[in-house]
Design a protein around this ligand. Structure first.
Ligand SMILES: [Zn+2]
Ligand SMILES: [Zn+2]
Length: 466
């Protein structure tokens, strides 16, 4: 991807500027971009996070840019790419799939109309070969494939076998449309690109068969951004309506520049202004949730003082906006970031005046890195129990679904593709089958190694009850 790793103006040199020591980008920014060199490029450099975020050097995903900047500044940075800035565009598909694909698409469309599709899912994971047969009802034709299966089937499918399979990207798109809220329990998606206009995020989400999606609201590199054009906001709202995405399936991700708990007055002031600006953008887009990283003490103030500043920032932002819920994300305990421990998130919530407008987004990679071992049943149960006792599931508004490159408790914010990291596929099987996680956005922020729709498919293949 031609992302330009431009150094965020303010982050150059300023340790405090970036809200957190670890800007973990919303992984892949999938999306289509008018000019699709992205897809191909992404595939070529699947593990280089820094190149993935901002598509085409446009202004949105600068996660990468931010990370790079921080690296230069000697700051610990999360190398995880803002996932793939996937530019799933028609172009993308065209490029990644040979003509055979087109044929497949047509066939699939026909098959789609037919009732149900049987899909064999091989619980490929390590020892578990348990094969499960799922009968996917009308609507969903993406069969669920496991990683192995996915790997065996190159993106550019040309085998006749594939032609007969009722699963595929093109066909899958329909599943998103056919399955409206209420029909599904899990809403899996990914962070998508807004390159070319924020309204493009919606189609990018559809292109990867997402039932939920994350996106940036503005440039990640600059504090000052032009106001959002009402025409773009209208197109976004219309696209959401057309594609059947309701606000509770969409979770915007705040700028990494923000540090709403900053000890530096100037950084704090700019962060609070940016927070209000982003919340207002949400309102303009008809969105009801906004996710952001709590902040960092930068080692200059106590954690408690930092939590207080963050809560004050939220309170001030609530006063200047009317409805959006601020969703704070658990972090990995990297550096001086706060929010890695559930008790810290609780500490923020306790200080927020309007508790109906505060929530939590649980990032699996961050939790794992912070020491919650969801790779084991006992560790998962312990994490969830602590979450309930400390925060309460009533505050859980969303999930970030990421595997971890680092070991449990490593404190490093390094995202990995689902099943390829230290959490492992079984960890995600627990997540995908936990009813406490129903009906909330589950956003992938993984590296560009796999196609987004493949990872989404993998996750759904783990569900015993769709
Ligand atoms: Zn992260
Ligand atoms: Zn995040």
């Amino acid at each position: 991807m031609p992302r330009k790793k431009t150094v965020p103006e303010d982050s150059s040199g300023h340790l405090e500027t970036p809200g957190t020591d670890t800007p973990q980008p919303p992984r892949k920014t999938r999306g289509k971009s008018p000019k699709p060199p992205t897809v191909l490029d992404i595939k070529k450099e699947p593990s280089k996070p820094s190149k993935r975020s901002a598509d085409k050097g446009q202004k949105e995903e600068k996660d990468v840019g931010t990370s790079t900047a921080k690296r230069k500044a000697g700051i610990t940075v999360d190398t995880t790419p803002p996932k793939k800035a996937r530019n799933t565009t028609k172009n993308k598909e065209a490029e990644s799939k040979p003509q055979a694909e087109a044929v497949v698409s047509n066939e699939k469309k026909k098959e789609r109309k037919t009732k149900t599709t049987k899909i064999k899912v091989e619980a490929k994971d390590q020892e578990e070969k348990a094969k499960t047969e799922k009968v996917i009802g009308k609507g969903r034709k993406n069969g669920s494939k496991t990683k192995q299966e996915v790997k065996e089937e190159p993106t550019a499918s040309s085998s006749t076998e594939e032609k007969t399979k009722p699963k595929r990207r093109a066909a899958n798109k329909a599943s998103v449309l056919l399955g409206g809220p209420g029909q599904f329990k899990k809403f899996v998606g990914a962070h998508v690109s807004i390159t070319g206009g924020i309204q493009n995020a919606v189609e990018n989400a559809v292109d990867i068969n997402a039932r939920a999606f994350g996106l940036f609201l503005r440039s990640q590199r600059q504090w000052a951004c032009k106001p959002m054009e009402e025409s773009a906001a209208r197109l976004f709202r219309e696209a959401c309506q057309k594609q059947g995405f309701s606000p509770n399936q969409i979770l915007p991700h705040g700028s990494y520049l923000l540090n709403c708990g900053a000890p530096n007055p100037e950084t704090l002031r700019k962060s609070r202004e940016a927070l209000v600006d982003e919340l207002k953008r949400c309102e303009q887009l008809g969105l009801t949730m906004y996710n952001f990283h709590p902040g960092s003490s930068c080692g200059e103030i106590t954690v408690e003082e930092c939590l207080t500043r963050i809560a004050e920032s939220i309170n001030l932002a609530h006063q200047q906006t009317s409805s959006v819920t601020t969703v704070i994300e658990n972090m990995s305990c990297q550096g001086n970031t706060v929010g890695g421990k559930f008790a810290e998130l609780r500490g923020i919530i306790d200080r927020v005046e309007d508790k109906s407008r505060v929530g939590v987004c649980l990032d699996t990679c961050h939790a794992f890195a912070a020491g919650y071992d969801l790779s084991t049943q006992a560790g998962y149960d312990k994490m969830m129990q602590e979450f309930e006792e400390t925060i309460g599931f009533s505050y859980l508004r969303a999930m970030h679904i990421n595997d971890s490159k680092g070991e449990v408790g490593c404190h490093l914010d390094r995202h990995e593709n689902i099943g390829k990291g230290k959490i492992g596929i079984e960890g995600f099987r627990r997540v995908m089958n936990d009813p406490r996680l129903n009906n909330i956005p589950m956003i992938l922020e993984t590296p560009v190694g796999l196609d987004d729709d493949d990872e989404i498919r993998i996750l759904y293949s783990l569900c015993e009850d769709l």
